[in-house]
Design a protein. Sequence first.
Lengths: 387, 384
Amino acid sequence: MDFDLSEDHRLLQQEIREFSFKEVAPGAEQRDHDCKLPKQLWDQLVELGLLGICIPEEYGGAGMDTVASTIVVEEISKSCAGTGVFISAHNSLCVDPILAFGNESQKRKYLPMLASGTVGCLSLTEPGSGSDAGGAKCLAVEEKNGWRINGNKIFVTNGAEAGVMVLIAVTDPSEKRRLSAFIVEHPWEGLRIGKLEKKLGIRCSSTAEYVFEDCLIPKENLLGERGKGLNVALATLDGGRIGIGAQALGIAEACLYVGARYANQREQFNQPLANFQAIQNKIADMKVRIEASRNLLYRAAWMKDRHLPYGYYSAMAKLFASETASLCANHAVQIYGGYGYTQDYPAERFLRDAKITEIYEGTSEIHRLVIFRGLTSESETGWTAKV
Amino acid sequence: MNFELSDELVALREVARDFAANEIGPHARQWDREGQIPREAIAKLGELGFLGTLAPAELGGAELGYLGNAVVIEEIARQCGGTALMLAAHNGLCMGHLLVAANDEQKNQYIPRLASGEMLGSWCLTEPSSGSDAAALKSRAVLDGDQWIINGSKMFVTNGYQAGVFVVMARTSDDSKTKGISAFIVDRDTPGLTVGEKEDKMGMRASDTVPLTLEDVRVPRDHLCGELNQGFIDALRVLERGRIAIGALSVGLGRGALEESLAYAKQREQFDKPLTEHQTLQFMMADMAMEIDAARLLVRKAAVKQDIGQPSEIDASIAKLFASEMATRACLSAIQICGGYGYTKDLPVERLMRDAKLCEIGEGSSQVQRIIISRRILEQAKGM
C-alpha cells in the first residue's frame, strides 16, 4: 500500500494550489454575491487545461487521470466551491460520459471543443424526477431525420454557460429500458434556457432549467446504445461523486484552515480561543473527518483509474466527504461566533456551499441505499478481495 | 498510490481470518465469561508468529511490520477483542518498547522468548493516580551499587496476570517531569514484585488486567531499558505505534458488529419482510460499513507511514480516535438491529460493544487524542 501522491500528481497539486490561492480565492466573495462566474476566470481555467484534464491528448486534452482531476477540484474548492463544481460538472458529467460511451466521431467532434473552452453539462433531473432519475419524462421521438425532443430539465449545473450537454430522455416509454442518452449542442433551435435558480450556496455556479420544444437533433447524436440511457446516467454519476467528494473535501479543508487561524487570533477571557478545550475538540474532529474523507476519496479515484468496480467506494467517499463538509462548516461558523454569521468572514459561505454536497449527484439517502446494496451483493463490491 | 494489500498480506489475512474463525470465535464467549485465554490458544498464536508480529526474523519474529500487525489484529478482534488486546499489548507495548529502546543483549535475551510464546510480556506505565497525565507517575527507581531498587504501584497492566516479563516505567530524576523517567525490564519472579487480582472489567474480559506492587524490587543495573531518563520519551513512541494497533482492533470489532447484525437482519422477519428490507436498518448498516472502511484506511495509512519511516504521530492519533469511536457506534447499532436478542449473551454483539468501549480509553483516551491532534493543527495555523 502507498498513500502518497506520485511526483506528477504532487506537482499538479502544487501548481493548482498556488493558482487557487492567487486567482480563485480573491474574487470568491464577489462571485457569491454576483451569482456569476466571470468569463475571465473561466478562460483562465481553460488556459490551465483544467477543462480538458481527463481528455486524452489525441483529442486535445491534458491526458491525465481521475486522481489528477480530483486534486484539481479539491484545490479549487478550497477557495471557491462554485468554481470547483463548474470544473467537476464539466469534467465528470459531460466529458466523462462522452469518453466512456461516445463513438469515435462523437469523440473527435466534441472532446476538442470541451477541452478548449466550450462548457459541458448533464441534463438529467426533471421537476418530477430527482433521486428517482429513471422516472424521467422528457421525450425523444425518433423521426426520419433526427430525434424530436420535448420536455423540461432542471437543476442543470453549468446550464447557463454550457455549449454541449449530455441529455437523458425517454425514447421507449413502454419498454423496461425506456431511457437513452444524447449529445445536444446549445444554442439549438427548439432549446431555450428557462429559469435560472437562486440558490443557498455555490451561487457563482449556474443552475438552469432547459426547455425543449420540438427540438430536433441529428440522429448521430444518440450517445451509446438506445435504451441504455439509465446506465449512462448511473455510470456517469458513479464518477461524478468523486468530483463532488473532492469539492466537499476542499470546503472542509478551507473550514479547518480559517477556523484554526481564527482560533489562534481571537482572544476571549484574556487568552486565544485555541487555548480552550472546547475549541480544540472541534479542530480535532474536523481534522479527523478530513483525513478519513481524503483516503476514501483518493481510493475511489485510484480505483476508477484502474477500471476496478468503484461505484460502492465512490458512494462511500461522497457520502462521508459531504457530511464532513457540512460538519466542518458548521464548526467553522461556531468558532467565529457572531462574526461567522456575517458575510465579513467566509465561514457562512462555506456552510451554504457545503449543504449542496449532501444533495446533488445523489443525496446522502441515495448513497446509503447504494452502500447497503453493495454490502449485500458481492458483485458490487467485487474488489473486496484485496481490501 | 496503491490502495491494495500486497499478495503476502492478503495471504496473511486469510490465515489470520481462518484461525480466528475456527480457533477463537467458537470460544470467545467462554473466554469472556471466564476472564482468561487458555494457554493452548496462546501457544497456537505463537506458532503462527502472531506473538512476534513486529520482531525481526533473526530474533524469531514474523517481521510483519505495522501494516501486517494491523491486518492480524483486525482479524483476531473480529472474533475476540480480548485476545486481540492481549496481542496488541504483548507485541506493541512490551516488545514494542524493547524494540525501540533495548540494547542488543536485552533484545537477544527477551525477544525470542516473547516471540515464540514462551512467555507473554506486559508494559507498565499507568499508576493509580496517573492515567492520561502519565508523566505524573510516582514509582521510583534508585541506583544502589549494581542494582536498581524500584518502589511503587502500577495499575491496569494488560497481560500482567500471566506475563513473564514487565517493562516498568519509574522516576529516576526530579529535574524534569517528562525527562526524568526511565524504563526497566523486570522479570516476573523478582522478589518484591506482587501481581494483584484481576480487574473485574466490563469488557475485554479475556485479556487480564492487574495492578502491580513493587516493594524494594531489585533488578540488575543493566536492566535499564534505553537511556537513563528517556523512558517516557520512548514510551510516547511506543504509544504512538500502539495506537495503530488499537485502531486495527477497533476496526475488527466494528466489522464484527456489522457482520453479525447483517446476518441477523437477513433471517429475522418483522412486518412480513426481513429486517434488511427496512430502510432505517439499511441506513444504519450503510453507516457502519462506511465508517468501518474509513477507519480501516486511516489505520492502514498510519501503519504504512510507520513502516516506511515517515512521521506518523498525528496519523496514529487520528486513526485510533476515529476507529475507536466508530467501533462503539457500530456495536451500539448492532445491538439495536438485533433488538432484545442483541441485549442477551446469545448473540455476540453485546460482548463486542463491551470490548469496543475500552478502545476509547486505553492507550490514550479519545480526549487525549483530540489534544494531540488539535495541538498540531493549531501550531501549524500560527503565522497563516
